[in-house]
Design a protein around this ligand. Structure first.
Ligand SMILES: Cc1cc2nc3c(=O)[nH]c(=O)nc-3n(C[C@H](O)[C@H](O)[C@H](O)COP(=O)(O)O)c2cc1C
Length: 198
């Protein structure tokens, strides 16, 4: 690019890549009927969209109808679609619920169904459960290390007792708002940095 292009404010392809908004998927970790994860995911997306600093979208594992890994010949279209969706994203926010002190089987299966599409990206975790889903979130961090996903420190934890009515209607306390924004700050910083590695 010449001096005139620069003076005219023209950008190179490389600069355009850096200027593009990051794409962040908000992944719903539960798939059971009657699940509350869509309420939590929409709440996070609402906070994120107000920032206007990235393209945020809900990614619902249930939409992909993934079989159990290895039980089929792998030709189900949802498997390829799942990988394509992950590949199109720069970072993730996992909506994590605690099942028997860990993550759901559905989320573990979905994590196992991709490899390169996860690598060198960043993630935040928003969890819920009787103790804020903390045990499930810590299990997820171990898995993310193996998948080369950099999980950020700030971790909003929602209580089934004080952030939900009857454990089913999501009514988050105001105190979580700052934590969600801080978590998103960290996810965007690391997603942008790791994009340069890919
Ligand atoms: C199979 C199962 C196991 C659960 N185990 C735990 C648990 O160990 N700790 C906990 O805090 N909550 C546990 N719960 C309660 C869930 O965290 C709660 O039902 C939550 O709403 C589940 O998320 P979902 O509605 O998005 O599926 C469990 C729920 C299910 C269905």
């Amino acid at each position: 690019m010449g001096i005139f292009d620069k003076l005219l404010g023209r950008t190179t392809k490389e600069e355009e890549t850096h200027m593009e908004k990051l794409k962040i998927g908000i992944i719903l970790g539960s798939t059971r009927q009657g699940r509350v994860s869509p309420q939590v995911g929409e709440w996070v997306k609402g906070i994120a969209d107000k920032r206007g600093d990235a393209d945020y979208e809900i990614v619902d594992i249930a939409d992909y109808k993934l079989p159990f890994l290895g039980e089929t010949d792998g030709s189900e279209p949802g498997i390829a679609a799942w990988n394509e969706k992950l590949a199109s994203l720069d970072g993730f926010v996992f909506i994590v619920q605690e099942y028997n002190h860990s993550i759901t089987g559905a989320l573990k299966n979905a994590l196992d169904f991709a490899r390169e599409a996860w690598n060198n990206k960043a993630a935040g975790i928003v969890s819920y459960g009787s103790t804020g889903g903390a045990r499930a979130a810590e299990h997820l961090r171990g898995i993310l290390g193996e998948l080369m996903v950099a999980d950020v420190r700030t971790h909003p934890t929602l209580s089934l007792f004080t952030d939900f009515e009857n454990g089913s209607v999501f009514k988050p306390q105001d105190l979580h708002l700052d934590n969600v924004n801080l978590m998103l700050d960290q996810v965007l910083a690391w997603s942008g940095a790791l994009k340069t590695l890919r």
